[in-house]
Design a protein around this ligand. Structure first.
Ligand code: CO8
Length: 254
């Protein structure tokens, strides 16, 4: 697929996905979402890729493209969904880090919520202004936001449409870190994670993601089963042998 709304590049074993519709502040349209879906299919299937950084240039994304939605009927609105792509990103077997500058609003912030980590510049403006359009966040925001920051804080953001700047977003847990250069910081974290054993990372992510969706006993059983599976990997043997031999482990992903 030829990409016209995103730029995808590789730096070693890290993929950088750049949202690229600057004239509309990277507003998300169906074409961009289809390209994101294709890009994630490719990087998920590439065993050489160990981590992903998602970013925009001056802005992360100012939401779904409003111009596409104005005259929707309820049926058209129901058919217009980002869910398959957003769920794919949330379940990506490799760590995904959002580097946020400028605006991350509505569907753009919902996309960032699908990432494992969010690193924002202090001046970034984040939130869910949909209420001011007569709608509410419909690409996972009402579900992923309260799970991340708690029900009351999520309701306040969604009901008021108020935007948070970096410091306030950090204080409530909407973002994990602030940096004057979020992309550099995200690349550094991606490089750190790229050195970890990928199977252990992948299965750990599955377990933590499931903790949002299931009761404790089911989660603990899933954790025990995933944990035991690691003992079939060469990386587990390498990690533990390296410890006993007092050397640094070299993980191969096997
Ligand atoms: N959609 C379409 N175009 C946009 C969007 C958007 N979300 N955001 C900005 N743009 C366009 C502007 O129309 C403008 O275009 P033009 O130059 O042709 O007039 C250009 O980007 C630059 O924007 P502004 O001139 O408005 O720049 P400002 O710096 O003055 O303002 C703001 C920046 C505050 C970000 C302002 O652009 C704004 O309020 N944007 C809309 C923010 C918003 O409401 N986002 C939520 C959208 S709805 C949504 O995301 C729903 C998600 C759920 C979808 C569920 C189905 C999958």
């Amino acid at each position: 697929m030829k990409y016209e709304n995103i730029i995808v590049r590789t730096d070693g074993n890290i993929v950088i996905v750049n949202l690229n519709r600057p004239k509309s502040l990277n507003a998300l349209n169906a074409a961009l979402i289809a390209e994101l879906s294709d890009a994630f299919d490719r990087l998920i299937g590439d065993p050489g890729i160990r981590a992903v950084v998602m970013t925009g240039e001056q802005n992360f994304a100012a939401g779904a493209d409003i111009t596409d939605m104005v005259e929707f009927t309820p049926e058209e609105a129901r058919a217009f969904t980002f869910s398959a792509t957003f769920n794919k990103i949330a379940a990506c077997p490799k760590p995904v880090i959002a580097a946020i500058e400028g605006f991350a609003l509505g569907g753009g912030m919902e996309l960032a919520l699908c990432c494992d980590f969010r690193i924002a510049s202090p001046g970034a403006k984040m939130g869910f202004p949909e209420i001011n359009l007569g709608i509410f966040p419909g690409a996972g925001g009402t579900q992923r936001l309260p799970r991340l920051i708690g029900i009351s804080k999520a309701k306040r953001m969604i009901f008021t449409g108020a935007l948070l700047k970096g410091e306030a977003a950090l204080a409530c847990g909407l973002v994990d870190a602030l940096s004057d250069n979020p992309s550099t910081e995200a690349m550094a974290l991606a490089a750190e994670l790229a050195l970890k054993p990928p199977v252990a990372l992948r299965l750990a992510k599955q377990c933590v993601n499931l903790s949002d969706e299931t009761d404790l006993n089911v989660g603990l059983e899933f954790e025990a089963s995933n944990w035991a599976r690691l003992f079939a990997t060469e990386d587990q043997k390498e990690g533990m042998r390296a410890f006993t031999e007092k050397r640094k482990a070299q993980f191969t992903g096997k």
